[in-house]
Design a protein around this ligand. Structure first.
Ligand code: ADP
Ligand code: ZN
Length: 735
């Protein structure tokens, strides 16, 4: 066959060179392009290509021999971008995640190239410094101040120089025009290098053994997953710092994944103390400039340690040598929106692709992880005791059926006593209630109507400080009504149940002299504000801290000796597979805030179910027994981690269309003896953000490829464009 020749044709040895380009778009596959001979392009290169009527940026995924598009109709790659290629391991990881989660590979790629800006050379940062010989000009006080500020000879950006001199930007540019200042290009700041040989704490024998094993695993450079299991305060962080040091000595990069709210200044401070330089951060609060810099530093290898929330896993590391997943059991590692993935599981996959060690760290490892240890896939390192004098806090169960608080009050007599003793001793207390706002339900005394969200199957939550009713699912918010929207009665609305605002009211009434603060996403917005409050607590400027789960994580308050859990039963209801496990982990973590230094800690759990396995396990410190019982139940039912689970969520604005699609799916459902399809059932959140929702749950033995089953199933059914079918492999939310 003759090779077609176009005027700008690309014939290499008489043949056209084709490549497949993956675009960061939710499309099924790659696209073929022709490579003009003048472009030097390798797999992984970032390229600009014509796509439809516009130019798109994508990544060369592979060479291609021949595609469906005939040579003559093939469009050419427009250009190659001046940025390091996407490493092969990152490309393989993108493919792997796409296959596992059944998401379009382009959507996964988008997570890896989330900062489009970073693909282009940075605009040079211009700065001013004093010119060699100062010409004779009219002097003003403002001009003199600028010259004085610049006298040290260091170049400064315009705005900075103006700010330092206390003048307007115009004065600086005026001096530049007059030739007093000259412009120079400033080099982009490079990240400081963490120093692995900086002095570390003297580890205890137990910690040293654990650290040595981790260091050996890091030195071996192969894929291996190690679980670092130890009570809160055992020194797990200090121990994994040693593995980080070893990886830094090898000159390779380290990724530390933390749940977003655990990424505190305290952690960063400790890291910086240990390594004499801060790590690079990656989370949702960064500015565009910070993202751009970090992305580039990750891909060119100058970022030695990245600490971040789950999305940091998708960055294009040049030479990753170690992944640490701290608080590996934490539910926030599971992303529900968009591509549903679990960052802990994907971290293990990335480790296997990169052939590097992965360390999972927790005081309450997930059942998935425990079973992986039992079955020999993961290694276990155990740190049984708290560092130094600190013992584990004593946990007391308060049976609310016997020791009930007064009506419309939430602090039982024993908890009130404990608070009083703590205040008298000059120590601190933490009250935990995982409910924002004033009250979770508002109803009309006259007609019994419950205030519901117009978009969701959910009650509206009263926020008394803001005088509003809010939906915690969709963000709907309305002013607090004067009268019942159903019967019109006035002054008939009553608050039911407690939220943190209401609890604060009660605490203030009981302890008017105590310095009290509440820490929730309503009262304290943004990481800097959270940090500020944590610091106030650490400096003992607060006596009683009331909070939602934000307070549970990783904080270290030396004078905190009492933790009160207002409603230990809160997470136990509902048909969630992991309700018990999750409640255990959360309450264990909250309890672990008490008595972290010399003073012993106490924990009071208020419950109506003192006999519940979660409560008795917490009270008796019988973590392993709890895990065993939980494992037994899941094994018997074939639930994860002993079986596989996937969810399909069918949703759309039109209920009839959603039901029709769900029925078609039901008729086409796979029928195999060992596979069970549950549903379609209205989701517990049958309406969310105005969309009607139906759920299927697919349950299969571990030997079955649930992805294969799903894709065969889904190809049989066509849904109208108004209906969306979301796939959630290994679901954690059943709402
Ligand atoms: P974990 O991560 O297991 O909760 P951390 O590493 O945060 O434990 O340690 C708890 C506290 O004990 C921290 O303040 C830490 O600095 C301190 N600590 C741990 N090990 C040592 C040690 N060997 N020497 C001095 N302080 C230590
Ligand atoms: Zn809503």
């Amino acid at each position: 066959m003759p090779v077609p020749h176009t005027t700008n044709g690309a014939a290499i040895n008489g043949e056209l060179r084709r490549v497949q380009v993956l675009l960061p778009l939710p499309l099924p596959g790659v696209f073929d392009y022709r490579v003009p001979p003048e472009l030097e392009i390798q797999p992984g290169a970032f390229v600009s290509v014509p796509f439809g009527r516009r130019e798109a940026i994508g990544v060369v995924w592979s060479e291609s021999n021949a595609g469906e598009v005939p040579d003559s109709r093939l469009k050419a790659v427009t250009d190659r971008l001046e940025v390091s290629a996407l490493p092969e391991s990152t490309r393989r990881f993108v493919d792997w995640v796409a296959r596992y989660t059944m998401a379009p590979p382009g959507s996964v790629l988008r997570m890896a190239m989330s900062v489009t800006d970073a693909l282009f050379p940075a605009k040079p940062r211009m700065a001013y410094r004093l010119a060699g010989n100062v010409p004779d000009i009219r002097m003003t006080p403002a001009r003199k101040r600028v010259i004085a500020a610049a006298a040290d000879g260091f170049p400064r950006p315009t705005v900075e120089l103006a700010r330092e001199a206390g003048v307007g930007v115009g004065v600086v540019t005026g001096l530049a025009q007059a030739g007093v200042l000259e412009q120079v290009e400033m080099a982009a700041p490079r990240p400081l290098k963490p120093d692995p040989s900086a002095p570390s704490l003297a580890l205890t024998g137990e910690q040293r053994d654990a650290a040595n094993r981790l260091v050996r695993s890091a030195a071996d450079r192969g894929f291996a997953v190690t679980v670092l299991d130890g009570v809160t305060g055992a020194g797990k962080t200090e121990v994994y710092f040693e593995a980080i040091a070893e990886t830094l000595r090898q000159g390779r990069q380290v990724l530390v994944l933390l749940p977003e709210i655990a990424l505190t200044a305290y952690w960063l401070e400790r890291f910086t103390d240990r390594f004499q330089a801060p790590p690079q951060q990656w989370h949702s609060e960064l500015t565009q400039t910070q993202r751009r810099r970090t992305w580039r530093a990750v891909t060119d290898g100058t970022a030695a340690v990245v600490v971040g929330a789950r999305s940091a896993l998708f960055l294009p590391y040049r030479d990753l040598g170690l992944i640490i997943v701290d608080e590996e059991h934490d539910g926030s590692f599971k992303q529900e929106d968009g591509i549903a993935y679990h960052a802990r599981d994907m971290a293990v996959a990335r480790g296997s692709i990169e052939k590097i060690p992965v360390v999972l760290v927790s005081a309450t490892p997930s059942l998935e992880t425990v079973v992986n240890v039992e079955e020999g896939r993961y290694r276990l390192i155990h740190l049984p005791s708290r560092h130094g004098a600190a013992g584990l806090p004593e946990v007391t169960v308060v049976d609310l059926r016997r020791d009930a608080p007064p009506r419309q009050r939430w602090l039982s007599p024993p908890l009130q006593d404990a608070l009083r003793n703590t205040m008298e001793a000059g120590e601190q207390a933490l009250l935990f209630l995982n409910r924002r706002g004033y009250a979770p339900l508002t109803l009309c005394r006259a007609c019994g109507h419950r205030m519901e969200c117009p978009n969701c199957t959910a009650w509206l939550v009263e926020h008394r400080l803001a005088r509003r009713l809010e939906c915690h699912h969709c963000g709907y918010s309305a002013g607090y009504p004067e009268h019942c929207s159903e019967c019109g009665a006035e002054d008939s609305l009553v608050a039911c149940g407690p939220g943190v605002e209401r609890l604060a009211e009660e605490v203030h009434a009981l302890f008017p002299a105590a310095r009290m603060a509440s820490l929730t996403s309503d009262t304290v917005r943004g990481p800097a504000a959270v940090e500020e409050m944590i610091c106030r607590m650490r400096r003992h400027e607060i006596d009683i801290l009331i909070g939602t789960q934000i307070v549970a994580k990783g904080h270290h308050f030396p004078m905190l000796t009492l933790v009160g859990v207002i409603d230990a039963d809160l997470g136990l209801t509902g048909g969630d597979l992991r309700a018990a496990e999750r409640t255990y982990q959360l309450l264990h973590q909250v309890a672990g805030r008490a008595g972290r230094e010399a003073k012993p800690g106490r924990v009071l759990l208020q419950t109506y179910n003192p006999g519940h396995p979660v409560i008795t396990a917490l009270a008796e410190g019988a973590r392993d027994r709890f895990i065993e019982e939980e494992a037994e139940q899941r094994r018997a039912g074939g639930w994860p981690p002993f079986g596989r689970l996937a969810a399909l969520i069918v949703s759309g604005p039109d209920e009839a269309a959603v039901d029709a699609a769900a029925q078609r799916l039901a008729r086409a459902a796979p029928r195999f003896a060992e596979v069970r399809v549950l549903g379609p059932a209205p989701a517990p959140l049958a309406r969310l953000r105005g969309r009607h929702r139906r759920r299927f749950l697919l349950k299969a033995p571990r030997s079955v490829s649930i992805q294969r089953l799903l894709s065969e199933w889904l190809t049989k059914v066509r849904a109208p464009s108004s209906v969306r079918i979301q796939i959630d492999i290994d679901p954690y939310s059943f709402l």
